[in-house]
Design a protein around this ligand. Structure first.
Ligand code: IDP
Ligand code: MG
Length: 141
């Protein structure tokens, strides 16, 4: 299994709820390392560009509104099988369908305000990590 990097976002609801530390503890507890991290309050253009694949979805406008409603934590997580491992720790998009013990099951309030984002494959991980971080922002140990 290869060492991978993946983008994680603690969304505005997670930051507002005060669970930044608890979310990061789950990543670290599962063996993922934080390879880059910063807080940001996304602009509309940044959020629209990030979610461009969802442009045609009915929830796109609302999602952009939500993602720009407050600060987020942007992270690159690194480790063996990091992309799938992060998705597993997050749980299903809809917290009502998320497995017990997952981040979304424990902290999310709904299908939109679902606390965390995680890249869903190698291509999106490559796009999303470079969208928010340049190569000099990352440690790679
Ligand atoms: P994912 O975050 O689990 O990969 P995606 O289908 O990629 O889920 O959707 C991106 C984000 O859009 C979700 O995390 C959630 O915030 C929002 N979203 C997805 N489906 C819905 C919906 O049916 N209603 C409202 N928001 C949604
Ligand atoms: Mg997705």
């Amino acid at each position: 299994m290869a060492v991978e990097q993946t983008l994680s976002i603690i969304k505005p609801d997670g930051v507002k709820k005060g669970v930044i530390g608890q979310v990061i503890a789950r990543f670290e507890g599962a063996g993922l390392k934080v390879a880059a991290m910063k807080m940001a309050h996304l602009t509309r253009a940044q959020a629209e560009g990030f979610y461009h694949v969802h442009q045609q979805r009915p929830f796109f406008g609302s999602l952009v509104e939500f993602m720009t409603s407050g600060p987020v934590v942007l992270m690159i997580l690194q480790g063996e099988n990091a992309i799938a491992k992060n998705r597993e720790l997050m749980g299903a998009t809809d917290p009502a369908k998320a497995a017990p013990g997952t981040i979304r099951k424990d902290f999310a309030s709904g299908i939109e305000q679902n606390t965390v984002h995680g890249s869903d494959g190698p291509d999106t991980a490559a796009f999303e990590t470079q969208y928010f971080f340049n190569v000099f922002d990352r440690v790679n140990e």
